[in-house]
Design a protein around this ligand. Structure first.
Ligand code: V47
Ligand code: SF4
Length: 390
C-alpha cells in the first residue's frame, strides 16, 4: 500500500489522538505505551489494518515466509498447572500421559531422513525425570544423526526447571545446552508477563524476569529466539502493551529476537473454559497492534494451527509476514485446546496456495530467515509432484 492511500484512510479518522499516533508511525517514530493502549481501545479495523500493512510492506514487501519443520513433544506430563493448558497431565496422573525415550525421539527425526525439512521444534511439559543430562543427550543424538538440522527447543519454563534441578546458573545452563546442539529458543511460556494476570493463570512457573533472563542469556551466546503472548482471556489491553513493552525494551538491548507470535487463547477442556474466545475482529486488531508496537521485531508470525487456515490468511493483511511452517506433527496442544486443526500438518503446496490466494509472495526460509526458495513463479502442480519442493 502506498503512503498516499494510507494517508487517505487516516484522514477519514476524526479522533485527534489516533491521527497523532498514525503520523508518528508514518514518520517512523516509536509509539508510546499510551499510544499502544489507545490503538486497542479506539482503533477501527480498517485504520489499524492500513497502518500495520504499510509497516509490513515497508519491511518485507509482499513476501510471506514459511519453513519446513516438524515438532517433537517429549512428554505431556507436567509439574506445573497452568489454568489455560488443555494438554498436560499432572505428574500425579502420569499414567494418562506420554513420555518419549531418546530412541523414540531419534526415530521421529529419522522419519524425515532425505526430506528437505530444516528445523525441528522441541517443546513439551515439564517432567521431573527428564533432566538437563537427558536433554543434552537428546540434542547430541539428533545433531550426530543430522548435523544441519536446526534445533529450536525448550521454553524458559522447561529450561528454568532443568537448570535449577541441575544446580547450574542460567548462564552455565544455556552454555551447556548450546554446546550440546541447541541452536535457538522458541517463544513459548511467556503468556502474559504482568504479575496481576500471571498469578491468576500460571502462578507456579517461571516469572517474567526469569523468562527474560533466559532469553537474554541465549542472545548473549549469539543464539536467536522468538517471543509469544497468550491473549484473549482475562488480560486487559494495557497488560498486552506491558508485555510487548518488556520485549521491545529487551530487543533494544540484545537484538536477539526474530519473531513475535501472538497466540489466541483457545478455551476447550481447560480450567478457563468459562472464558469466551476472542472474536476474529479482536484477533486482527491484536496482530495489527503487535506490528505497530513491536517496531524493532523484524517479523510477526501467525501460528496457523491455533488460528485456523483462513484466519491465518487474513492476518497477512494485518501486519503478519510469517505463517510458521509445514509443522507436520501429532501436536496435541492446540487440538486439545479446541483448535479446528486436529492433526496440524500442511504440505508445501498447501502452504504456498494459501499464501498465493491472498496475492502474497510465498518464500521458504530457514529458522534464521535466510531465504531458501521463492515460490512465486513455481506452479503448485509442479510442487505437488516434486518431492524436493513438496
Ligand atoms: O506457552 C497453551 C500456548 C504455548 C493454550 O517460537 C495455548 O516458533 C492457546 O510457544 N490456547 C506453546 N494457547 C507454543 C509456542 C509456540 C508455538 C509455535 C511456534 C512457536 C515459535 C512457539 O502454547 C504456551 C502457551 O502460551 N498455549 N495452552 C491454549 N489453551
Ligand atoms: Fe505445563 Fe506448559 Fe501446560 Fe503450563 S502450559 S501446564 S508449563 S505443559
Amino acid at each position: 500500500m502506498v503512503t498516499a492511500d494510507v494517508t487517505k484512510i487516516i484522514g477519514q479518522v476524526a479522533d485527534e489522538q489516533l491521527q497523532t499516533i498514525a503520523n508518528k508511525i508514518l514518520n517512523r517514530q516509536r509509539i508510546s505505551f499510551d499510544d499502544g493502549v489507545a490503538l486497542f481501545e479506539k482503533g477501527t479495523l480498517p485504520f489499524l489494518g492500513a497502518l500495520a500493512n504499510w509497516v509490513r510492506e515497508g519491511k518485507h514487501g509482499n513476501k510471506t515466509y514459511f519453513n519446513r519443520n516438524f515438532h517433537i513433544e517429549p512428554t505431556n506430563v507436567c509439574v506445573f498447572s497452568c489454568k489455560f493448558c488443555s494438554y498436560s497431565k499432572l505428574y500425579a496422573h502420569k499414567e494418562e500421559g506420554w513420555e518419549l525415550t531418546i530412541d523414540d525421539m531419534l526415530n521421529i527425526v529419522k522419519k524425515y531422513d532425505g526430506q528437505p525439512v530444516t528445523e525441528v521444534h522441541i517443546v513439551g511439559g515439564v517432567h521431573p525425570k527428564m533432566n538437563l543430562n537427558f536433554f543434552m543427550e537428546l540434542l547430541r543424538a539428533i545433531k550426530a544423526h543430522r548435523p544441519e538440522l536446526h534445533l529450536k527447543g525448550f521454553t524458559p519454563v522447561e529450561l528454568d526447571y532443568m537448570f535449577r534441578k541441575a544446580k547450574v546458573s542460567v548462564e552455565e545452563g544455556m552454555k551447556l545446552v548450546h554446546e550440546a546442539g541447541l541452536d535457538s529458543l522458541p517463544g513459548g511460556g511467556a503468556e502474559i508477563f504482568h504479575p496481576e494476570v500471571r498469578s491468576q493463570i500460571c502462578d507456579d512457573k517461571v516469572d517474567a524476569e526469569g523468562w527474560l533472563h533466559i532469553h537474554k542469556a541465549a542472545h548473549n551466546l549469539g543464539m536467536h529466539s522468538n517471543a509469544t503472548m497468550l491473549y484473549g482471556h482475562i488480560e486487559k489491553y494495557w497488560h498486552r502493551i506491558d508485555h510487548m513493552d518488556r520485549l521491545r525494551t529487551m530487543q533494544d538491548e540484545t537484538g536477539g529476537f526474530n519473531t513475535f507470535i501472538p497466540l489466541k487463547f483457545r478455551n476447550k477442556d481447560n480450567d478457563m473454559s468459562n472464558i469466551p474466545e476472542s472474536s476474529i475482529i479482536e484477533d486482527m486488531k491484536m496482530y495489527a497492534v503487535a506490528r505497530l508496537y513491536m517496531d524493532n521485531f523484524p517479523h510477526i508470525k501467525a501460528y496457523w494451527p491455533m488460528l485456523g487456515r483462513q484466519n491465518a490468511q487474513l492476518t497477512l493483511s494485518f501486519g503478519v509476514n510469517d505463517i510458521d511452517g509445514t509443522i507436520d506433527d501429532s501436536t496435541k496442544i492446540y487440538a486439545m485446546a479446541g483448535s479446528e486443526e486436529q492433526t496440524p500438518s500442511m504440505s508445501t503446496a498447501q502452504l504456498v496456495t494459501l499464501i498465493k490466494q491472498v496475492k502474497r509472495q510465498p518464500v521458504e526460509r530457514d529458522t534464521l530467515y535466510n531465504e531458501i526458495r521463492d515460490y512465486t513463479d513455481i506452479d503448485v502442480k509442479e510442487i505437488e509432484v516434486n518431492p524436493l519442493l513438496n
